[in-house]
Design a protein around this ligand. Structure first.
Ligand code: ADP
Ligand code: MG
Length: 557
């Protein structure tokens, strides 16, 4: 926008020299372009055949991922509208744990279609209303398409896990990891008093280790922490021992450690040191009196205390992470002690600790009656591999958890999107006026999912869409694309299974994000609003599925 175009003669608005203003159509176009550029940047990662992105942070760290929300988190996006789209991904991640790329891709196409409607002079308010109607209807339709499963239907649950994990760097190990994920989720599943199913992921911990193949990942009863004993003379195995969890330092209190003493004769110094030693000795005596065989301390442990504990045959680990302490509390049935002098035997937990020297790990298994908690130990050759596997496993845990709690699954491979789109087109007939066009535009936008899945796998997206629509019009609502074969087929039979929770959330957050962007009709900016050609590139339509974070992002980095 040029200087001359700037609003003049409006006394209410005082803009600085650099300030710029955009209104109505140009404001909307500007925002849509920015939001779409973000959507384009992650689209090419959708589905198992999606590409990975390599992200280099400002500190030079490298992240290689296929995970939508990770990509957007790491990108240094400095444009308010683009940030709204990033928030879609974050909301999706928080609420559902999976489906971030789907949500963002749909938001992008909603905005693309909205732009066409704006070009036909349809008022944003009508578009927003239509999108809202469509979004609500879509959720209802998803509920109808959902299929009930039993909680012990391991095969389907593993397919849910596998579908969520595909494309996230663990392809060859998908079967093994899916099995672990399902076992893990089931082992923290309980039936609540009201008969509902609760999957408490707080009792499930993920640990990662580099150096071995993902195939050697395992599910452990209890926990694992990679720490060395604080003293080499300590035992490395404790069977069914009493374990103290403490979150205060086993050191001299700070006031005393900092005390300055002026010493006038050597006897005084001796006495002072003796006093310190006594105090430290008293800490150890407290621990011995409690009857602890193991001490896991969140803070530091004084050398002298280490020495005495070793002499007493007590195993001690220090600087154990808070999250580990909290998890081990469940595993061992312990309480976390903050004041040793007030601790009682009832605060101790019980469990077995075993040191694995090769892996530099302690395996910790609870033996108390109320002990619960399992650890998913994920392995991979390098940090990059393990990190990507962890992201995939996290997504899988969330969706398997939601399949268990809701007892429902959905077909995948774009089947639900095509089915909902076709149902929405029917629903549109019942909607009057211009909102009808918006409902149809919403339906079209959903088809971005199968289209991009096909595109990213190198199949002809038009052919795929035609086949899918034909199948669905004949009532085959579970037919989607299997990108491993290119076949348009029943995705349940192909083992491509999703959950209604994640999908519903993806549609809602996409719709809300699009509406947020459309509601803005005025941008008053203290800085430069120029987009330097990003509008053209961002609006590149269906484009190549491989179009990465190239030029489209230029204007907002
Ligand atoms: P998101 O971040 O949205 O979860 P993903 O990259 O994980 O994105 O891709 C999820 C999409 O991939 C879903 O629509 C899912 O049905 C689809 N999908 C997974 N496996 C297959 C497959 N074998 N064939 C076709 N689509 C698949
Ligand atoms: Mg996914």
């Amino acid at each position: 926008m040029s200087q001359q175009q700037r609003m003049q003669g409006q006394p209410m608005i005082i803009l600085g020299d650099d300030a710029q203003r955009m209104k109505d159509k140009s404001a909307q176009e500007h925002n849509i372009a920015a939001a779409r550029a973000v959507a384009e940047s992650v689209r090419s990662t959708l589905g198992p055949k999606g590409m990975d992105k390599m992200l280099v942070t400002s500190l030079g760290d490298i992240v290689v991922t296929n995970d939508g929300v990770t990509i957007l988190d790491e990108m240094d996006i400095d444009n308010p509208t683009a940030e709204m789209v990033v928030e879609v991904a974050e909301t999706q991640e928080e609420e559902a744990g999976d489906g971030t790329t789907t949500a963002v891709a749909i938001a992008g196409d909603l905005l693309k279609n909205a732009e066409d409607l704006l070009d036909q002079d349809i008022h944003p308010t009508a578009i927003i209303k239509g999108f809202t109607l469509a979004s609500e209807q879509a959720r209802d339709e998803l509920e109808e398409i959902a299929v009930d499963i039993e909680n012990d239907d391991d095969e389907t649950l593993r397919q849910v896990a596998g579908t969520a994990m595909t494309g996230k760097g663990a392809e060859q190990y998908s079967d093994h990891l899916s099995e672990l994920v399902v076992d893990a989720a089931q082992s923290v599943t309980v039936e609540a008093d009201d008969g509902s199913t609760v999957v408490d992921l707080a009792f499930l911990k993920i640990e990662t280790q580099t150096g071995q193949s993902p195939a050697s990942s395992e599910l452990l009863e209890g926990g694992a922490i990679s720490k060395d004993p604080v003293h080499e003379d300590m035992p490395t195995t404790v069977e069914d021992g009493d374990v103290l969890l403490v979150d205060e330092p086993l050191e001299l209190s700070e006031a005393e450690a900092d005390t300055q003493v002026s010493v006038t004769d050597p006897g005084q110094l001796d006495q002072f040191l003796q006093q310190e030693e006594q105090e430290l000795r008293a800490l150890v005596d407290d621990i011995v009196d409690l009857g602890a065989d193991v001490v896991l301390c969140q803070k530091g442990i004084d050398d002298m205390v280490q020495h005495y504990l070793a002499k007493e045959g007590i195993l001690a680990l220090r600087r154990v992470k808070r999250s580990d302490i909290e998890f081990l509390r469940e595993v061992l049935g312990a309480k976390v002690v903050s004041d040793l002098s007030a601790a009682t035997e009832a605060d101790l937990g019980t469990g077995t600790l075993r040191r694995d020297e090769d892996e530099e790990l302690f395996y910790i298994e609870g033996t108390a009656e109320n002990a619960h908690g399992v650890t998913l130990l994920l392995r991979g050759s390098t940090d990059h591999v393990v990190d990507e596997i962890e992201r995939g496993v996290n997504d899988a845990l969330d969706v398997v958890g939601s399949a268990l709690t809701t007892g429902q699954v959905l077909p995948g491979g774009g089947a639900p999107e095509i089915e909902v789109a076709s149902r929405l087109r029917e629903f549109a007939d019942s909607v009057s006026g211009r909102q009808q066009l918006a409902v149809e535009a919403y339906a079209d936008a959903l088809e971005v999912v199968p289209r991009v899945l096909a595109e990213n796998a190198g199949y002809d997206s038009i052919d795929t869409l035609v086949d899918l629509r034909a199948a669905h019009s004949e009532g085959s609502e579970q037919v989607g694309i299997n990108v491993h074969t290119g076949e348009v087929e029943n995705t349940f039979d192909a083992g491509i299974v999703e959950t209604p929770t994640a999908k519903k959330q993806a549609l809602s957050s996409a719709g809300e994000a699009a509406n947020l962007v459309l509601k803005i009709d005025d941008i008053i900016s203290a800085g430069d609003l120029s987009t330097e050609g990003e509008e053209d590139e961002g609006a590149g339509g269906m484009g190549g599925g491989m179009g990465g974070m190239g030029g489209g992002m230029g204007g907002m980095m």
